[in-house]
Write a protein that binds this ligand. Sequence first.
Ligand code: NAD
Length: 450
Amino acid sequence: MSVTRSSRRDFLKQSLIAGSAVAMTAASWNRVLGANEKLNIASVGTGGKGWSDLLGVAASPHVNVVALCDIDESKPHLGQAAEKFPAAKRFFDYRKLLDDANSKAFDGILVSTPDHMHAPIALPAMQLGKHVFCQKPLTHTVHEARQMQTAARKYKLVTQMCNQIQSHEFYRTAVKLVHDGVIGKVKEVHSWQAGRMGWILADDRPAGMEAVPETVHWNEWLGVAAERPYLPKIYHSFNWRAWQDFSNGQLGDFGCHILDPVFSALKLTAPNSLWADAPPINKEVWTKWSTVHYEFPSTEYTAGKTINVTWYDGEGHVPANDLMGLPPGFALPGSGSVLVGEKGSLLVPHVAMPKLFPEDKYASTKIEMVAARDHYVSWADACRGVDKTTSHFDYACPLTETVLLGTIAIRMPSQTLKWNSAELKITNNDKANGLLTKPYRKGFEPAWVS
Ligand SMILES: NC(=O)c1ccc[n+]([C@@H]2O[C@H](COP(=O)([O-])OP(=O)(O)OC[C@H]3O[C@@H](n4cnc5c(N)ncnc54)[C@H](O)[C@@H]3O)[C@@H](O)[C@H]2O)c1
């Protein structure tokens, strides 16, 4: 593979090139293609989940993969993608990929990197007029999420967050059951992810450093985050989830999945307020459990003036059955939600068939399945004007903001935070308000959109 490692000189040169690409107002390129045109795509982060994102979108016969970018050139990362798409140009630095001349080659971009790099890659791409398919949670900070929504609107782009279970028949069926009034207006919701966080390998930042493998571009992996020494397995790959600089912990990892049918079913937008119960936290690692209590304004699908949605994470940390109208002894799935309605309760497992309670009452209720959609190809089709996306950024940004507000509450337990979404402000706590954004490393600062 012919990707050269970055020297300091190259790094500075690339920063300048990326800066010039971003400064160009290329919104004139953004356009929905014709139904008979091919969509040329670039994929950033081609290993891990990025591999299935790439295969999912490239499954469309109308897609050409023209560029691949990954900071790790080894087989499970850039290597296998390069083998599968040998004609695609290869990069290890997204700034180089977005360089003016290179970026003219593609219409849309897949962003499947660790969370701290989603917005720094997607925002300049959007400013170049690129349609975006981006992993969940959409961003690392609340401010970044609002920026993504602003950019998508400003440049009129086709966007999709990859909370792909939204397109599964099980989640779609659960949403329809609520919209059809089967459980009546919803009084409260409990959502949980009770799995083990196997990626927490240390309780604080480990000392020491090791040589960076030949295939890995560590400076580019860190990207916007402050420099820290390389250590194998601790961060790259997958285990970055443990660390506040790169992820938003278990709520960040699963909130945009598990809260998604709740958001869609109840048509939620932004919470009024929230608070968390969680153990003490340092500035490095996410907690091993949390409970986050959200209060949302009412909607046409809820009962009362407000509706409480409670999130639980941590191994075995689940809501009590009697809170949710479920029989004692009923074994909850490892993750999912229960929507408690005026007529009954709906269990929405992640990912399995929804179930109605009390079981006797709903024994003869026939559940009509809602057909699945293809979350990946539908984005490619929407870029060609022949479909619409469902997790576009007008939907995905408020969902992501809600999830990420929860991760602010986890960092300051037992304090009620009041949220003014229109002003993008936590109105009663300056320290929490400061956590809506974060510092960015020089050379990687995102170009913000106004
Ligand atoms: N939708 C889902 O079901 C689902 C499942 C798993 C992961 N994810 C999301 O996918 C994203 C990636 O997670 P993962 O588990 O695959 O992580 P990972 O660390 O296993 O893989 C990330 C890939 O991106 C590459 N990469 C890292 N930084 C990069 C950069 N700056 N530029 C280019 N390439 C870079 C890595 O080398 C690796 O190939 C995360 O946002 C995660 O939340 C979503």
